[in-house]
Design a protein. Structure first.
Length: 270
């Protein structure tokens, strides 16, 4: 495997890597940063185009990193070794794993989503925290959701913290990004029922049919769903709160609803 080595913080490639920590630079260049063995492996498995990969063997956690680098180099990805202190300068993590790649961002137009039979969608409105968005991607993948629709986007889908929290699910789950009106039109055209969680209903989340085409809609961390979605929801359910706290983290609520849908759908198949 051929590679070059960078030891100076003044190197132009290193300087650009540092700039890519900023969202505006990522958007301008149409690329994002991926970090860690698992993320790079899953990105490759699901067709993300990697342009460059930077490594520091001093930070490797195991013995699989070099075979991955050799495979990427053989596919035409530019491979560069970084001095340990330079990789730490670029890394988002307190404990870097020694691998950082530059990857081309995907387009996420609603029109690019595949068509599904009896789809299960997760719709996330005005989610602000990257960790929550990443966790919802992870749960959507685990529960077999067909796609995530991000409405009125408040955080960068390719924020490295979204990618990390998703554990690579951002590559496996189809994602559409749009405004509320476009999402509603998309769902109505496909006769998808809209489900909203609210304490102001007697129907528990286990009481409704989630085997039909359905979109589980969750809202902002502080304020919940806007009236736009609540007023047009076909199904309104509550998640019982049996302790002292009166609400769940939005990613936790999404996970509960997704897994109830998965449970019902598996039972129907049997």
């Amino acid at each position: 495997m051929e590679y070059i080595t960078i030891t100076s913080a003044q190197n132009p490639a290193l300087k650009n890597l540092v700039k890519l920590r900023d969202r505006r630079t990522r958007d301008q260049q149409g690329v994002t940063l991926l970090e860690g063995y698992r993320e790079l492996t899953r990105a490759g498995e699901y067709g993300m185009k990697l342009l460059e990969v930077y490594f520091s063997p001093e930070h490797f956690l195991g013995s699989n990193e070099f075979p991955l680098l050799e495979s990427l180099a053989a596919s035409g990805v530019k491979v560069t070794r970084l001095a340990p202190h330079l990789l730490e300068k670029v890394s988002y993590r307190d404990r870097p794993e020694g691998l950082i790649a530059v990857a081309v961002m995907r387009r996420h137009d609603l029109s690019l989503l595949p068509e599904f039979e009896s789809p299960l969608f997760l719709v996330a409105e005005t989610i602000e925290k990257p960790g929550n968005l990443g966790s919802m991607l992870r749960s959507a993948d685990a529960a077999g959701a067909d796609a995530l629709i991000v409405c009125e986007k408040k955080t960068d889908l390719y924020n490295p913290n979204v990618i990390r929290a998703s554990t690579g699910a951002i590559f496996s789950v189809p994602v559409g990004v749009c405004d509320n009106e476009s999402a509603m039109a998309y769902l109505r055209e496909r006769n998808v029922k809209i489900l909203a969680a609210t304490p102001h209903t007697d129907f528990k989340y286990t009481d409704v049919d989630l085997t039909q085409p359905v979109a589980i809609v969750v809202g902002a961390e502080q304020t919940g769903l806007t009236d736009f979605w609540m007023d047009q929801a076909d199904l309104k359910v509550n998640i019982p709160m049996l302790g002292k706290i009166d609400s769940l983290n939005v990613a936790s609520a999404a996970t509960i609803l997704l897994y109830e849908a998965a449970r019902q759908r598996q039972f129907k198949k049997r």
